[in-house]
Ligand binder design. Structure first.
Ligand SMILES: NC(=O)c1ccc[n+]([C@@H]2O[C@H](COP(=O)([O-])OP(=O)(O)OC[C@H]3O[C@@H](n4cnc5c(N)ncnc54)[C@H](OP(=O)(O)O)[C@@H]3O)[C@@H](O)[C@H]2O)c1
Length: 290
């Protein structure tokens, strides 16, 4: 299979890159914004005019700056929505399959239980709105042969993320305040990368045609940002006290949903996936950093 991976310098893109040496019977092409700039529809057309043949496209690129998106709605919309529409149209025209990554932030966070794929999205910030429009474009253009995988609270040894921020703060300070009333499901990017690579080898994915569907993926278990921080400090042996605070005490430009814990039942049963707990994977990620 010829597989195109966008967002090669992001957390997920780099995690896929780390694993693909084990998949040398497939040809992976990984691209960053230098090769394929998703903010420019000209760049997208030009790229596919010169590189027209792929069997699978894995879209890991996104505008992920949640707070900045409040001021850069047009750019976020271009990358998270219009470019995704373009990718879906290209995939359709080539009979290629598309795996598009989306987010828990398509939900308003008012659920009191785990979010199912069938729950109604209702984003409450610009990032979530643009990601939902991207999902809708995939579902409208590709009734078959696409998967939308919603991940949440992504962390890894690569790029910027909550784990890295906490490690830095925990080594500089004796005490920090962390929000305790937002709940979510952490996702180790490497586990999501493994799941994606497992899926593209799965019979259900390799059928000539399958109906397009949404799936949720994260590590097993749920937590709050403050408990996540406590576990990071415990595993990293950092002597920093976490003081739980409310969202109101930590105002941000973009409103965050309160509970976006995701059910993983559908993806695990559909693809016979085994997902580690977030604590286990956090340990693995910290080991990778050392
Ligand atoms: N991070 C999270 O907590 C989180 C949570 C839920 C869902 N997700 C979703 O998971 C997916 C992967 O996220 P991630 O954490 O790996 O994100 P990330 O680390 O921010 O990486 C995103 C990548 O997209 C690239 N990109 C941005 N603008 C681009 C453009 N105009 N043209 C081409 N590439 C562009 C970036 O390129 P540069 O490196 O050049 O900037 C970056 O490499 C995304 O769909 C995201 O929405 C993430």
């Amino acid at each position: 299979m010829k597989i195109l991976v966008t967002g090669k310098n992001g957390q997920l893109g780099r995690s896929i890159q780390k694993l693909i040496s084990n998949y040398d019977h497939h040809k992976f092409t990984l691209v960053g914004r230098e090769e394929l700039d998703l903010s420019s529809s000209k760049s997208i057309s030009k790229y596919f005019d010169t590189n027209p043949h792929f069997d699978v496209i894995i879209n890991c690129a996104a505008y992920t700056a949640v707070d900045r998106a409040e001021e850069e709605e047009d750019l976020a919309d271009q990358i998270n929505h219009l470019a995704v529409k373009h990718l879906a149209e290209f995939a359709n025209s080539q009979n290629a399959k598309l795996i598009h990554i989306s987010t828990d932030y398509v939900f308003d966070g008012k659920n009191e239980s785990l979010y199912l794929e069938s729950d109604n999205p209702n984003p409450i910030n610009v990032y979530g709105k643009t990601k939902l429009l991207g999902e809708k474009a995939v579902l409208e253009i590709m009734s078959n042969n696409a998967m939308v995988i919603r991940a949440s609270w992504v962390f890894s040894e690569f790029g910027n993320n909550f784990v890295k921020t906490m490690l830095k703060l925990g080594s500089e300070k004796n005490e920090i305040n962390v929000v305790s009333d937002q709940l979510g499901s952490p996702t180790y990017a490497c586990d999501l990368a493994k799941a994606i690579l497992h899926i593209i080898l799965n019979d259900n994915f390799n059928k000539k045609s399958f109906p397009t569907e949404i799936f949720h993926f994260s590590n097993l278990g749920e937590t709050s940002w403050s408990d996540f921080a406590k576990e990071i400090f415990k595993l990293a042996n950092l002597n920093c006290t976490v003081t739980p605070i409310c969202t109101d005490q930590y105002p941000t430009p973009a409103i965050r949903p309160q509970n976006t814990t995701l059910s993983k039942e559908k993806i695990t049963s559909h693809f016979r996936l085994q997902i580690p707990s977030w604590q286990q994977s956090l340990k693995e990620c910290l080991n990778e950093m050392i």
